[in-house]
Write a protein that binds this ligand. Structure first.
Ligand code: PMP
Length: 355
Protein backbone atom coordinates (compact mmCIF):
# COMPACT_ATOMS: atom_id res chain seq x y z
CA UNK A 1 0.00 0.00 0.00
CA UNK A 2 1.36 3.41 -1.00
CA UNK A 3 0.71 5.44 2.12
CA UNK A 4 2.30 8.51 0.50
CA UNK A 5 -0.56 8.63 -1.99
CA UNK A 6 -2.97 9.11 0.89
CA UNK A 7 -0.93 11.90 2.44
CA UNK A 8 -1.98 15.45 1.53
CA UNK A 9 0.20 16.98 -1.16
CA UNK A 10 1.40 19.78 1.11
CA UNK A 11 2.54 17.31 3.76
CA UNK A 12 4.20 14.92 1.31
CA UNK A 13 6.74 17.52 0.31
CA UNK A 14 7.54 18.59 3.89
CA UNK A 15 10.56 17.62 5.91
CA UNK A 16 10.02 16.99 9.63
CA UNK A 17 11.48 19.51 12.07
CA UNK A 18 14.91 18.19 13.00
CA UNK A 19 15.15 17.62 16.71
CA UNK A 20 17.72 14.84 16.76
CA UNK A 21 18.93 13.39 20.02
CA UNK A 22 22.67 13.14 19.55
CA UNK A 23 24.64 11.87 22.54
CA UNK A 24 27.24 14.39 23.70
CA UNK A 25 29.06 15.67 26.76
CA UNK A 26 28.07 19.32 26.42
CA UNK A 27 24.71 20.10 24.82
CA UNK A 28 24.56 23.58 23.32
CA UNK A 29 22.31 23.04 20.31
CA UNK A 30 18.71 23.78 21.29
CA UNK A 31 18.69 27.15 23.05
CA UNK A 32 17.67 25.56 26.33
CA UNK A 33 18.60 27.00 29.71
CA UNK A 34 21.49 25.28 31.50
CA UNK A 35 19.59 25.82 34.77
CA UNK A 36 17.36 22.93 35.75
CA UNK A 37 14.35 23.42 38.06
CA UNK A 38 13.61 19.85 39.06
CA UNK A 39 13.01 20.98 42.63
CA UNK A 40 9.86 22.75 41.39
CA UNK A 41 8.35 19.41 40.42
CA UNK A 42 9.02 18.07 43.93
CA UNK A 43 6.77 20.78 45.36
CA UNK A 44 3.81 19.74 43.26
CA UNK A 45 1.43 17.43 45.09
CA UNK A 46 -2.14 16.30 44.67
CA UNK A 47 -2.68 16.17 40.93
CA UNK A 48 -5.45 13.65 40.25
CA UNK A 49 -4.29 11.51 37.34
CA UNK A 50 -7.80 10.39 36.46
CA UNK A 51 -9.18 13.89 35.82
CA UNK A 52 -8.57 16.18 32.89
CA UNK A 53 -6.58 19.34 33.52
CA UNK A 54 -8.25 22.72 34.01
CA UNK A 55 -9.27 23.41 30.39
CA UNK A 56 -8.76 27.15 30.76
CA UNK A 57 -5.61 27.06 32.91
CA UNK A 58 -7.15 29.70 35.16
CA UNK A 59 -4.53 29.72 37.92
CA UNK A 60 -1.70 29.92 35.41
CA UNK A 61 -3.35 32.72 33.46
CA UNK A 62 -3.81 34.61 36.73
CA UNK A 63 -0.06 34.38 37.45
CA UNK A 64 0.91 35.31 33.89
CA UNK A 65 -1.54 38.23 33.81
CA UNK A 66 -0.13 39.59 37.05
CA UNK A 67 3.45 39.27 35.82
CA UNK A 68 2.84 40.97 32.47
CA UNK A 69 0.10 43.38 33.62
CA UNK A 70 -2.57 41.98 31.36
CA UNK A 71 -6.17 40.88 31.68
CA UNK A 72 -6.57 37.12 31.90
CA UNK A 73 -8.72 37.28 28.78
CA UNK A 74 -5.69 38.54 26.85
CA UNK A 75 -3.85 35.24 27.33
CA UNK A 76 -4.16 31.86 25.65
CA UNK A 77 -2.01 28.96 26.82
CA UNK A 78 -0.24 26.54 24.51
CA UNK A 79 1.72 23.33 24.68
CA UNK A 80 4.81 25.35 23.90
CA UNK A 81 4.63 28.32 21.56
CA UNK A 82 4.92 25.92 18.61
CA UNK A 83 1.33 24.93 19.25
CA UNK A 84 0.33 28.59 19.29
CA UNK A 85 1.86 29.09 15.84
CA UNK A 86 -0.37 26.23 14.68
CA UNK A 87 -3.41 27.83 16.21
CA UNK A 88 -2.67 31.24 14.72
CA UNK A 89 -2.31 29.87 11.21
CA UNK A 90 -5.36 27.64 11.68
CA UNK A 91 -7.40 30.65 12.81
CA UNK A 92 -6.30 33.29 10.32
CA UNK A 93 -4.89 31.23 7.44
CA UNK A 94 -2.36 32.55 4.95
CA UNK A 95 -0.63 34.07 3.19
CA UNK A 96 2.05 33.92 5.86
CA UNK A 97 5.22 35.96 5.60
CA UNK A 98 8.36 36.15 7.69
CA UNK A 99 11.90 37.40 7.26
CA UNK A 100 14.61 34.85 6.49
CA UNK A 101 16.56 33.30 8.10
CA UNK A 102 14.26 32.81 11.06
CA UNK A 103 12.65 30.11 13.18
CA UNK A 104 11.70 27.31 10.78
CA UNK A 105 8.35 26.40 12.32
CA UNK A 106 6.51 29.40 10.83
CA UNK A 107 7.19 27.98 7.38
CA UNK A 108 6.76 24.32 8.28
CA UNK A 109 3.37 24.84 9.94
CA UNK A 110 2.19 27.27 7.27
CA UNK A 111 2.95 24.71 4.56
CA UNK A 112 1.51 21.81 6.56
CA UNK A 113 -1.76 23.70 6.73
CA UNK A 114 -1.68 24.28 2.98
CA UNK A 115 -1.09 28.02 3.16
CA UNK A 116 1.06 30.21 0.96
CA UNK A 117 4.27 31.04 2.83
CA UNK A 118 6.88 33.60 1.77
CA UNK A 119 10.27 34.27 3.32
CA UNK A 120 11.72 37.75 2.79
CA UNK A 121 15.48 37.97 3.01
CA UNK A 122 16.94 40.06 5.86
CA UNK A 123 19.33 42.85 4.97
CA UNK A 124 23.08 42.29 5.31
CA UNK A 125 23.09 43.63 8.86
CA UNK A 126 20.40 41.06 9.74
CA UNK A 127 17.72 43.71 10.18
CA UNK A 128 14.38 43.74 8.38
CA UNK A 129 14.77 44.87 4.80
CA UNK A 130 11.98 47.42 4.92
CA UNK A 131 11.46 48.03 1.19
CA UNK A 132 11.39 44.29 0.55
CA UNK A 133 9.05 43.63 3.45
CA UNK A 134 6.74 46.43 2.31
CA UNK A 135 6.73 45.05 -1.22
CA UNK A 136 5.95 41.57 0.10
CA UNK A 137 3.07 42.93 2.19
CA UNK A 138 1.63 44.80 -0.81
CA UNK A 139 2.08 41.83 -3.13
CA UNK A 140 0.93 38.96 -0.89
CA UNK A 141 -1.49 40.77 1.45
CA UNK A 142 -0.53 38.44 4.32
CA UNK A 143 -2.97 37.46 7.03
CA UNK A 144 0.00 36.78 9.30
CA UNK A 145 3.50 38.18 9.58
CA UNK A 146 5.82 36.38 12.01
CA UNK A 147 8.72 38.33 13.52
CA UNK A 148 10.99 36.58 15.99
CA UNK A 149 12.45 39.35 18.20
CA UNK A 150 15.22 38.62 19.14
CA UNK A 151 15.49 36.60 15.96
CA UNK A 152 16.47 32.95 15.91
CA UNK A 153 19.10 32.19 14.55
CA UNK A 154 20.66 35.64 14.02
CA UNK A 155 20.26 36.73 17.67
CA UNK A 156 19.52 40.42 17.01
CA UNK A 157 16.40 42.52 17.60
CA UNK A 158 14.91 44.08 14.50
CA UNK A 159 14.67 47.86 14.47
CA UNK A 160 11.46 48.75 16.28
CA UNK A 161 10.78 51.61 13.84
CA UNK A 162 10.68 49.10 11.01
CA UNK A 163 8.52 46.71 13.02
CA UNK A 164 6.02 49.48 13.72
CA UNK A 165 6.03 50.63 10.09
CA UNK A 166 5.12 47.12 8.97
CA UNK A 167 2.51 46.74 11.70
CA UNK A 168 0.99 50.04 10.61
CA UNK A 169 0.80 49.23 6.92
CA UNK A 170 -0.47 45.63 6.98
CA UNK A 171 -4.11 44.69 7.19
CA UNK A 172 -3.04 41.36 8.70
CA UNK A 173 -1.80 40.29 12.12
CA UNK A 174 1.81 40.84 13.18
CA UNK A 175 3.06 38.15 15.55
CA UNK A 176 6.02 39.17 17.67
CA UNK A 177 7.61 35.95 18.89
CA UNK A 178 9.40 36.93 22.10
CA UNK A 179 10.80 33.50 22.98
CA UNK A 180 14.18 35.13 23.72
CA UNK A 181 12.97 38.38 25.28
CA UNK A 182 14.29 37.48 28.79
CA UNK A 183 17.84 37.85 27.39
CA UNK A 184 17.28 41.09 25.53
CA UNK A 185 18.27 44.61 26.55
CA UNK A 186 15.16 45.96 24.79
CA UNK A 187 11.82 46.45 26.47
CA UNK A 188 9.72 44.09 24.42
CA UNK A 189 6.37 44.74 22.79
CA UNK A 190 3.80 43.93 25.51
CA UNK A 191 3.40 47.62 26.46
CA UNK A 192 2.53 48.45 22.83
CA UNK A 193 -0.35 46.00 22.57
CA UNK A 194 -2.84 48.56 23.78
CA UNK A 195 -2.25 50.77 20.73
CA UNK A 196 -1.77 48.07 18.12
CA UNK A 197 -4.90 46.06 17.64
CA UNK A 198 -3.30 43.81 15.00
CA UNK A 199 -0.33 42.84 17.17
CA UNK A 200 0.04 39.47 18.88
CA UNK A 201 2.88 38.43 21.16
CA UNK A 202 4.18 34.96 22.00
CA UNK A 203 6.17 34.10 25.11
CA UNK A 204 7.48 30.75 26.34
CA UNK A 205 9.03 29.22 29.43
CA UNK A 206 11.17 26.92 27.26
CA UNK A 207 14.26 29.12 27.19
CA UNK A 208 14.27 29.90 30.90
CA UNK A 209 14.44 26.45 32.43
CA UNK A 210 11.14 24.71 31.63
CA UNK A 211 11.49 23.35 28.10
CA UNK A 212 10.38 19.86 29.13
CA UNK A 213 7.03 21.16 30.37
CA UNK A 214 6.00 22.82 27.08
CA UNK A 215 4.31 26.01 28.18
CA UNK A 216 3.72 28.92 25.82
CA UNK A 217 1.61 32.08 26.00
CA UNK A 218 -0.26 33.93 23.31
CA UNK A 219 -0.90 37.52 24.30
CA UNK A 220 -3.26 39.77 22.37
CA UNK A 221 -6.54 41.68 22.53
CA UNK A 222 -9.44 39.78 24.11
CA UNK A 223 -11.12 39.74 20.69
CA UNK A 224 -8.17 37.99 19.00
CA UNK A 225 -7.76 35.56 21.91
CA UNK A 226 -11.43 34.57 21.78
CA UNK A 227 -11.13 33.82 18.04
CA UNK A 228 -7.96 31.72 18.42
CA UNK A 229 -9.51 29.93 21.39
CA UNK A 230 -12.09 28.41 19.02
CA UNK A 231 -9.42 26.21 17.39
CA UNK A 232 -7.58 25.30 20.59
CA UNK A 233 -7.71 21.62 21.48
CA UNK A 234 -9.41 21.04 24.81
CA UNK A 235 -6.99 20.35 27.68
CA UNK A 236 -3.95 21.28 25.57
CA UNK A 237 -1.77 22.08 28.60
CA UNK A 238 -1.48 19.25 31.11
CA UNK A 239 -1.98 19.68 34.86
CA UNK A 240 1.65 19.17 35.80
CA UNK A 241 2.80 21.85 33.36
CA UNK A 242 0.13 24.27 34.56
CA UNK A 243 1.16 23.85 38.17
CA UNK A 244 4.90 23.96 37.48
CA UNK A 245 4.48 27.09 35.36
CA UNK A 246 2.60 28.76 38.25
CA UNK A 247 5.58 27.94 40.45
CA UNK A 248 7.91 29.39 37.83
CA UNK A 249 6.05 32.71 37.99
CA UNK A 250 6.21 32.70 41.78
CA UNK A 251 9.93 32.04 41.49
CA UNK A 252 10.42 34.76 38.85
CA UNK A 253 13.26 36.70 40.54
CA UNK A 254 15.42 33.54 40.60
CA UNK A 255 14.64 32.84 36.98
CA UNK A 256 15.49 36.40 35.97
CA UNK A 257 18.81 36.15 37.88
CA UNK A 258 19.61 33.06 35.82
CA UNK A 259 18.76 34.97 32.64
CA UNK A 260 21.14 37.75 33.75
CA UNK A 261 23.85 35.18 34.32
CA UNK A 262 23.30 33.81 30.82
CA UNK A 263 23.53 37.33 29.39
CA UNK A 264 26.88 37.89 31.14
CA UNK A 265 28.15 34.54 29.89
CA UNK A 266 26.87 35.34 26.38
CA UNK A 267 28.77 38.60 26.24
CA UNK A 268 31.98 36.95 27.45
CA UNK A 269 31.53 34.10 24.99
CA UNK A 270 30.88 36.55 22.16
CA UNK A 271 34.10 38.46 22.85
CA UNK A 272 36.22 35.31 22.88
CA UNK A 273 34.53 33.77 19.90
CA UNK A 274 34.79 36.89 17.79
CA UNK A 275 38.47 37.29 18.65
CA UNK A 276 39.35 33.87 17.23
CA UNK A 277 41.08 33.96 13.90
CA UNK A 278 38.77 32.93 11.09
CA UNK A 279 35.62 33.30 13.19
CA UNK A 280 33.00 36.00 12.81
CA UNK A 281 30.38 36.13 15.55
CA UNK A 282 27.11 38.07 15.37
CA UNK A 283 26.22 40.18 18.44
CA UNK A 284 23.28 38.58 20.21
CA UNK A 285 20.36 39.69 22.38
CA UNK A 286 19.36 36.06 22.93
CA UNK A 287 20.78 32.97 24.68
CA UNK A 288 22.72 31.81 21.63
CA UNK A 289 25.32 33.15 19.24
CA UNK A 290 25.46 32.71 15.49
CA UNK A 291 28.95 32.56 14.09
CA UNK A 292 30.59 31.96 10.77
CA UNK A 293 33.71 29.92 10.31
CA UNK A 294 35.37 28.42 7.28
CA UNK A 295 34.47 24.77 6.71
CA UNK A 296 31.65 25.11 9.21
CA UNK A 297 30.16 21.69 8.57
CA UNK A 298 33.51 20.07 9.19
CA UNK A 299 34.04 22.15 12.33
CA UNK A 300 30.60 21.05 13.58
CA UNK A 301 31.46 17.38 13.07
CA UNK A 302 34.86 17.75 14.72
CA UNK A 303 33.29 19.46 17.73
CA UNK A 304 30.82 16.62 18.09
CA UNK A 305 33.71 14.17 18.13
CA UNK A 306 35.13 16.26 20.96
CA UNK A 307 31.82 15.90 22.84
CA UNK A 308 30.29 19.30 22.04
CA UNK A 309 26.95 19.47 20.27
CA UNK A 310 26.04 22.82 18.71
CA UNK A 311 23.66 23.62 15.86
CA UNK A 312 24.70 23.28 12.25
CA UNK A 313 23.09 26.16 10.37
CA UNK A 314 24.93 25.65 7.10
CA UNK A 315 21.68 24.63 5.39
CA UNK A 316 20.28 28.09 6.08
CA UNK A 317 23.26 30.35 6.11
CA UNK A 318 26.68 29.99 4.54
CA UNK A 319 29.30 28.61 6.92
CA UNK A 320 27.14 29.34 9.95
CA UNK A 321 26.94 27.53 13.27
CA UNK A 322 24.85 28.45 16.30
CA UNK A 323 25.95 27.85 19.85
CA UNK A 324 23.62 28.09 22.85
CA UNK A 325 25.04 29.85 25.88
CA UNK A 326 25.50 27.33 28.69
CA UNK A 327 27.08 27.41 32.11
CA UNK A 328 30.50 28.99 32.42
CA UNK A 329 32.28 25.62 32.41
CA UNK A 330 30.30 24.43 29.37
CA UNK A 331 31.12 27.58 27.42
CA UNK A 332 34.77 27.20 28.39
CA UNK A 333 34.77 23.57 27.24
CA UNK A 334 33.20 24.58 23.94
CA UNK A 335 35.74 27.36 23.36
CA UNK A 336 38.70 25.13 24.24
CA UNK A 337 37.53 22.41 21.88
CA UNK A 338 36.79 24.90 19.11
CA UNK A 339 40.28 26.36 19.45
CA UNK A 340 41.74 22.86 19.35
CA UNK A 341 39.78 21.98 16.21
CA UNK A 342 40.71 25.23 14.46
CA UNK A 343 44.37 25.00 15.36
CA UNK A 344 44.51 21.43 14.06
CA UNK A 345 43.41 22.69 10.67
CA UNK A 346 45.21 25.97 10.51
CA UNK A 347 47.37 26.20 7.44
CA UNK A 348 47.10 24.18 4.28
CA UNK A 349 44.88 21.32 5.46
CA UNK A 350 41.86 23.64 5.76
CA UNK A 351 42.18 25.04 2.31
CA UNK A 352 39.90 23.77 -0.39
CA UNK A 353 37.33 22.12 1.85
CA UNK A 354 33.87 23.42 1.26
CA UNK A 355 30.33 22.70 2.43
N1 PMP B 1 9.92 30.65 18.78
C1 PMP B 1 11.23 30.71 18.55
C2 PMP B 1 11.81 31.92 17.91
C3 PMP B 1 12.04 29.62 18.91
O1 PMP B 1 13.35 29.65 18.65
C4 PMP B 1 11.46 28.48 19.52
C5 PMP B 1 12.26 27.29 19.97
N2 PMP B 1 13.35 26.95 19.26
C6 PMP B 1 10.10 28.49 19.73
C7 PMP B 1 9.34 29.59 19.36
C8 PMP B 1 9.39 27.31 20.30
O2 PMP B 1 9.26 27.43 21.63
P1 PMP B 1 8.40 26.41 22.49
O3 PMP B 1 9.35 25.50 23.16
O4 PMP B 1 7.65 27.29 23.44
O5 PMP B 1 7.47 25.70 21.56
Amino acid sequence: MKIERLVRKEVRSLRAYEAKEIPCRVKLDANESPFDHQETLGKIKGIPTNRYPDPEGKALKREAARRWRLKQGQILLGNGSDELIYYLITTFGGPVIFPEPTFSMYGIIGKALGEEVTGVRLSRDMDLDLPRMEDAVRKHRPKLIFLSIPNNPTGNCFSSEKVLRITGMTKGIVVIDEAYQPFSSRRGYIPLLRDMENMVIMRTLSKIGFASLRTGFLIASEKIISEVNKVRLPFNVNSLSQRAACEAFRNWPVIMKEAEKIVRERDALFRELDSLEGVRAWPSEANFILFQVKDARRVWKALLKEGVLIRDMTGTFKDALRVTVGREEENRFFLDRLKKVLSRWSGSSRRGVSN
